[in-house]
Structure formats: structure tokens, C-alpha cells
Design a protein. Structure first.
Length: 217
């Protein structure tokens, strides 16, 4: 049971480690989670930008355990993941208590890297806490991924791919949580669709970018 009493305001993005921030949130206090955690691959883009905590998974199980705790019963979460380590992500989700209820694929119009294959998609799982009501208008599990240019973040997700997730799996007035907010795209989607939001971002530079973006919307 959470014993912290420090209030966290809605419609805010906090600069800090989610393992330190999430315990400050009350149990069952957010209605939807949309998050893009580090993929555990040590990613570095062509300009040399990297992502914190992208080389080890010490944070993975405790972060998702906290996210499960703060999510209201009968609610959804969407988590992107790195396919080379799906075993670790799946173990963390199940250990936290999430049910796997769907899989989403985001085909790209470009090749992000080439090794054994040309890698041309992103992916996420639809998770549930308990047994939420099925959406009245379910979306397809393949959603176009328009290239964002990655100008604000090395793994920036396009707003157009996130909006249908927010619209389908939450309702106006709900609180969306993103524990790995990056440049704030999930929070932008929440704000555009009249949802409240709480974002957490460890990197001070990306936190600044997200804060500035949200102020302009």
C-alpha cells in the first residue's frame, strides 16, 4: 500500500527517475498508461544521441510494478518495447499483474536500420489491469508510423500514431501516465484530446523540450 503523501499535480511533466516519482502517486489514481520505455539495446542514433537506462533492465520490473499499482482497475496500458528483449518485457508485465490483451504494429515508411533484415516497424502491447470493458469502436492493430524526423528525441514517436491509442483506451477527463515521457508526444496526445496527464522524464534536456512543447499546445 502506498504511504507517500506528497501531492503530484495533474497536467505536469516531472524531471526525475520514475522509480523515485511513481511511489508518490496514490494507488489506482490514473486511468490510462501510454509509455515508450528504453528498449535495452544501448541505442545510439547517427548524431550520437543515446537514452538513459537503455543498457540494463534493473528498472524494468519495479517500474511496471509501480505502474500497475497506480493504474485504476479495469483500465488499459500500452507499452512499446524492444523486440530483442521481449522475454524481459513480458516477464515484467506479467510479474506486475498485467494481462496481455492485444498487440500493435506500427509499419514505417522507411528503414530504421539494416542487419539481418531491413527493420521497418515499431511494436507495442496492449495490457490490461483486470477486465476492462472492450472499446465501443475498436481500432485496428496496425497503425501507420509517419516519420517524425527524430528532431526532438532519438526515438520520437509521431503524434499521429499515439492519438488513436489515447482516444480508444481512455475518455475525456481521464489521467494519462507516461513514466518515460521523452519529448512529450504521449502527453501532447492527451492534451489534444482533453485528457489530463502526468509525465516523468529523467533526462533534463528532453524534460525541457517536452515542457516547451506542451506550453505551445
Amino acid at each position: 500500500m502506498n504511504t507517500q503523501t506528497t501531492p503530484i499535480s495533474e497536467n505536469t511533466i516531472i524531471n526525475g527517475d520514475c522509480l523515485h516519482i511513481l511511489p508518490q502517486l496514490p494507488d489506482n489514481s490514473v486511468q490510462f498508461i501510454l509509455t515508450d520505455p528504453p528498449y535495452l539495446v544501448g541505442y545510439k542514433d547517427r548524431s550520437g544521441r543515446s537514452i538513459q537506462n537503455d543498457k540494463d533492465d534493473a528498472w524494468l520490473k519495479p517500474a511496471f510494478a509501480e505502474m500497475y499499482r497506480v493504474l485504476t482497475p479495469k483500465s488499459f496500458a500500452v507499452s512499446f518495447y524492444g523486440w530483442p528483449h521481449i522475454d524481459r518485457f513480458m516477464a515484467a508485465w506479467k510479474a506486475a499483474g498485467f494481462r496481455i490483451v492485444g498487440h500493435l504494429v506500427f509499419p514505417k515508411r522507411y528503414t530504421s536500420s539494416t542487419r539481418h533484415l531491413r527493420y521497418q516497424h515499431e511494436q507495442a502491447y496492449l495490457l490490461a489491469k483486470g477486465y476492462p470493458q472492450e472499446p465501443a469502436w475498436p481500432i485496428g492493430d496496425v497503425i501507420d508510423f509517419v516519420y517524425s524526423g527524430n528532431k526532438l528525441h532519438p526515438t520520437e514517436k509521431p503524434l499521429s500514431a499515439l492519438l488513436p491509442l489515447v482516444e480508444t483506451f481512455s475518455k475525456p477527463g481521464d489521467i494519462l501516465l507516461d513514466s518515460f515521457a521523452g519529448s512529450g508526444s504521449s502527453l501532447m496526445a492527451a492534451k489534444a484530446l482533453s485528457r489530463k496527464f502526468i509525465g516523468i522524464e529523467m533526462d533534463v534536456n528532453y524534460h525541457r523540450i517536452a515542457t516547451e512543447r506542451l506550453a505551445l499546445l
